[in-house]
Ligand binder design. Structure first.
Ligand SMILES: Nc1ncnc2c1ncn2[C@@H]1O[C@H](COP(=O)(O)OP(=O)(O)OP(=O)(O)O)[C@@H](O)[C@H]1O
Length: 256
């Protein structure tokens, strides 16, 4: 049974069709890439999966449940988490606190309990603190727990963003260009990091990435989109040699 299923999804912005009858299935535990030229509709697909946009047509199923057009917080609560193209860490918070913000999404106590620091809230807060630290340990970032998040080297900030997304205990993690702006050494470390969290957290990962070295290096399956339509799907060697892909994408924008 697939964990994510997109059935003939269409998204129009006025006269522009950003996504056109796009269908795809992800199996539990998969690491699958979504690639395509700039403006081909990749982020729009992530925005539809996470409820930022409702599809104009078509359906999205997660864990066999129809999530098309549901609100972002409902979808996050069902177990989908994401990172963004641009880093969105909280300035003024340290590394541990940034992860705790992710944990806060799962808090059961109401805001009044938090303001009055009632025992129930305090116990939850302590638990969250411990969990956030354990999460940092499991991704080898705990030595940075008290550092200002935005003062970290670029590659570490990217990892921290992913760690924060994991704090909500997602089943499906969407990574939007995690290697953007990374040098080869940082990209190499990111690849190891992604493989590590895939195993450790029992995840399914859907990854948008322009760095072909990263995509071809770690993703057993790749979906290619052009002008909002799926043009190819398969293992890296098949994708690399697919004439439609070469014409649409690889020959034009490959920057790895
Ligand atoms: N909110 C919006 N309103 C109008 N047009 C939009 C909106 N969001 C995206 N688009 C358009 O939809 C098309 C697909 O954009 P999208 O950002 O999904 O592409 P992408 O493949 O993620 O591109 P990139 O690789 O450059 O990030 C583009 O033509 C874009 O300009």
């Amino acid at each position: 049974m697939s964990i994510l299923s997109l059935n003939s999804v269409v998204k129009r912005f006025g006269g522009l069709t950003a996504v056109n009858k796009f269908s795809a299935e992800l199996q539990p535990g998969e690491l699958c890439a979504l690639i395509g030229p700039n403006g081909s509709g990749k982020t729009t697909i992530f925005n539809i999966i996470t409820g930022v946009y409702a599809p104009t047509n078509g359906k999205v199923f997660f864990d066999d449940r129809d999530i098309s057009g549901k609100k972002p917080n409902e979808i996050a609560n069902l177990g989908i988490s994401r990172t963004f193209q641009n880093i969105r860490l909280f300035k003024g918070l340290n590394v541990l606190e940034n992860v705790m913000v992710g944990h806060h999404l799962r808090l059961k106590s109401d805001p009044i309990s938090a303001i009055l620091q009632l025992p129930g809230y305090m116990a939850e807060d302590r638990k969250m603190h411990t969990e956030a630290y354990e999460l940092l340990e499991s991704v080898n970032l705990s030595h940075l727990a008290d550092k200002q998040a935005t003062a970290l080297p670029y590659g570490q900030q990217r990892k921290l963003e992913i760690a924060r997304a994991l704090a909500t205990h997602p089943k499906l993690l969407l990574l939007d260009e995690p290697a953007a702006g990374m040098n080869p050494q940082e990209a190499e470390e990111l690849m190891e990091f992604i493989l590590h969290i895939l195993k450790t957290f029992d995840l399914t990962i859907f990854l948008i990435e322009h760095q072909m070295r990263v995509v071809m290096g770690i993703c057993p399956r790749i979906i290619v989109i052009d002008h909002g339509e799926q043009i190819a799907e398969g293992a890296p060697e098949l994708i690399q040699n697919n004439p439609r892909v070469i014409e649409a994408y690889l020959g034009v924008t490959e920057n790895a």
